[in-house]
Design a protein around this ligand. Structure first.
Ligand code: DGY
Length: 323
């Protein structure tokens, strides 16, 4: 009888952790989420689930699986799991912090550069045979990052990694908005200033989102927020789609209230607002690739399996997120 159900295929290095610990487990070979009823059916009797961000784990799952004691999410975000329901049912939830920090910051930086230097447009221009030679006033004229102001919304691990790249590598001035002040050493290292949200919006040339999706952060970026931003500003989001009112973002881009966007996450993934798909200038889109390097995704699988192993062997897993 399996003690662990892995809801979707993960890298073998993760599965090996369970094998080596002699923990019976079952892994679905597919790479898509199960409808809840099927997940409940297939996971009946297990003590642990290893889940991905596309799995929705809510009250009905906890109710239907009374033996369940831990859900190990292969992600740093866990908004796909109803944490208060888990806690009420005595189920530990774990995530995979740290191992994906640098890869996600790389992706945020890549999208910032892609939108600023108009890389997706330039790529299409060359492939479509529309390039007829170097010109001084090239169609894909971009903007400098060097010396500009980057506003970080959410100065956690990934926000700080993004700020480090920007400050040390590109000489950018760092502003940030966060519930609490960053450690003094970090502020000093980055010469970063904590500012109210309104100042972050009005003074930043680039705004990069690095906060989790919670009821409090839902649609923090509204039509009003975009009106407060510079008309030359570029928004980057590698955190979670619901922080941004996507319809308002489309309007802001269309009307020129802001200049561009680099987006890796969307409100209703995998759907993307049709208005965003039509905006081809200074808008770079990616399919939730923040942590998508082989090394990082492998480490995430290993960490999730280690959390399960620790728990089933009677220890508190290192990455429990329940209050
Ligand atoms: C996370 O870890 O939360 C990412 O969104 C999935 O890689």
């Amino acid at each position: 009888m399996s003690r662990v159900f892995i809801t979707q295929r993960i890298y073998p290095e993760g599965v090996r952790i369970l094998e080596q610990a002699g923990i019976p487990h079952q892994m679905r070979p597919d790479e898509n989420p199960l409808p809840t009823a099927d997940l409940i059916e297939q996971a009946r009797g297990v003590e642990a689930l290893i889940t991905l961000v596309t799995d929705r784990i809510a009250e009905d799952v906890f109710q239907a699986l009374p033996e369940l004691r831990i859900v190990a999410n292969v992600a740093v975000g866990y908004d796909n799991i109803d944490l208060s329901a888990a806690t009420r049912h005595g189920v530990v939830v774990t995530n995979t912090p740290d191992v994906l920090t640098e890869a996600t910051a790389d992706m945020a930086f890549a999208l910032m550069l892609a939108a600023a230097r108009r890389i997706p447009e330039a790529d299409r221009f060359v492939r479509e045979g529309r390039w007829h030679g170097w010109t001084l006033m090239q169609e894909q004229m971009g903007v400098d990052l060097y010396g500009r102001t980057l506003g970080i919304f959410g100065m956690g691990r990934i926000g700080a990694a993004m700020a480090r790249r920007a400050h040390h590598g590109f000489g950018m001035r760092i502003l940030y908005t966060n519930r609490s002040a960053a450690p003094a050493g970090l502020e000093q290292e980055l010469q970063a200033e904590r500012v109210p949200f309104e100042r972050l919006l009005s003074e930043s040339d680039f705004v990069s989102i690095h906060a989790p999706a919670t009821p409090e952060t839902r649609h923090v970026f509204t039509a009003d927020a975009f009106r407060r931003m510079k008309p030359t500003a570029i928004l980057v989001n590698t955190a979670r789609g619901p922080l941004v009112d996507e319809a308002a973002l489309v309007n802001a881009l269309r009307s020129g209230e802001i200049a561009g966007a680099g987006l890796d996450v969307f409100e209703e993934e995998p759907q993307v607002h049709p208005g965003l798909l039509e905006l081809t200038e200074r808008v770079a889109l990616a399919p939730h690739l923040g942590s998508a390097t082989l090394e990082t995704r492998t480490r995430m699988c290993v960490m999730a399996a280690e959390n399960v192993r620790e728990f089933l062997q009677g220890r508190r897993p290192a990455n429990a997120v329940n209050p």
